[in-house]
Ligand binder design. Structure first.
Ligand SMILES: NC(=O)C1=CN([C@@H]2O[C@H](COP(=O)(O)OP(=O)(O)OC[C@H]3O[C@@H](n4cnc5c(N)ncnc54)[C@H](OP(=O)(O)O)[C@@H]3O)[C@@H](O)[C@H]2O)C=CC1
Ligand SMILES: O=C(O)C1=N[C@H](C(=O)O)C[C@H](O)C1
Length: 247
């Protein structure tokens, strides 16, 4: 598999380059970063491009990949429904091309999201707290957004009652962001990497589900799994769990 990496000099992209170089079934054919020409990917004959860049540039990168028939495995965050709809529209004109958008590639985080959704209907209250390094551009994190959406869907399916909250006065932002009816709180603290807690509560008890990425190598096995699977999954896929045998 011939792989190109976008954001190759970044914190995650550099780890991905090392992982691809070590993988016996992959070859790193292009390392592209800010200021480089995207045409390098096509010239190098990349079959799959991995993108860990910035929410402001990822859509232009993906349009290039789709138009050039190159599969994409995307860790960059900032995807909302209009962006996903735009991607679907581009992919409709490129049958055979696959794009994976994964808010988190670490297996622990994927399981944390799944466990949180599973637990959510059994508790009156569920809130998400995400904690990251202060160089992060987007808030809440892609993982926290996705977790909240999965929790909301699980509670809708189960017919759960709205969560109790008597707040009638307070400072703007004190109760976090509302994602699909689930409160999400973000911390940006030097020294942290990527962490999340889902706190669930009902009468007399709480359950806390916590995940910590302590090192960015935590993302690379998932990225390699995405690279290996994307060619067999044309169209748009959201979440690496779609390629894992978790059920
Ligand atoms: N899905 C997942 O599992 C994970 C997702 N992420 C997400 O990945 C993204 C990157 O994170 P991180 O590695 O920490 O960020 P970094 O800022 O460390 O790396 C991003 C790199 O992309 C480069 N870049 C910027 N614009 C372009 C462009 N147009 N083409 C090519 N390269 C470009 C940057 O260059 P310069 O600095 O010069 O601008 C930088 O080298 C974020 O959105 C983050 O949330 C992070 C961890 C895990
Ligand atoms: O910016 C980061 O660092 C991370 N971004 C992703 C997110 O927004 O969820 C994944 C992980 O949390 C690290």
């Amino acid at each position: 598999m011939r792989v190109g990496v976008l954001g190759a000099r970044g914190k995650v992209g550099s780890e991905v380059c090392r992982a691809v170089e070590r993988a016996p079934d992959a070859e790193l054919v292009a390392s592209v970063d800010a200021g480089d020409d995207l045409e390098e990917l096509a010239r190098a004959g990349a079959e799959v491009v991995v993108d860990f860049t910035h929410p402001d540039v990822v859509m232009d990168n993906l349009r290039f990949c789709v138009e050039h028939g190159i599969h994409a495995v995307v860790g960059t965050t900032g995807f909302d429904q209009p962006r996903l709809d735009q991607l679907e529209a581009w992919l409709a004109d490129a049958p055979g091309v696959g794009v994976l958008i994964a808010p988190n590639f670490s297996i622990g985080a994927i399981l944390m999201m799944r466990f949180a959704a599973q637990a959510a209907p059994f508790f009156e209250s569920v809130e998400v707290v995400e904690l990251h390094h202060p160089d992060k551009a987007d808030a809440p994190s892609g993982t926290a957004r996705r977790t909240a959406e999965l929790i909301a869907a699980a509670r809708r399916d189960a017919g759960s009652a709205p969560m109790p909250d008597a707040t009638s006065t307070g400072l703007e932002g004190a109760r976090g962001a509302d994602v699909d009816g689930v409160r999400v709180h973000g911390l940006r603290v030097r020294g942290l990497v990527a962490h999340q807690e889902v706190i669930l509560g009902t009468a007399g008890e709480t359950l806390t589900i916590r995940h910590d990425s302590l090192d960015r190598v935590s993302f690379t096995p998932g990225v390699l799994a995405g690279i290996r699977a994307i060619g067999d999954h044309p169209g748009l896929t959201v979440g690496l769990d779609a390629f894992l045998d978790l059920d």
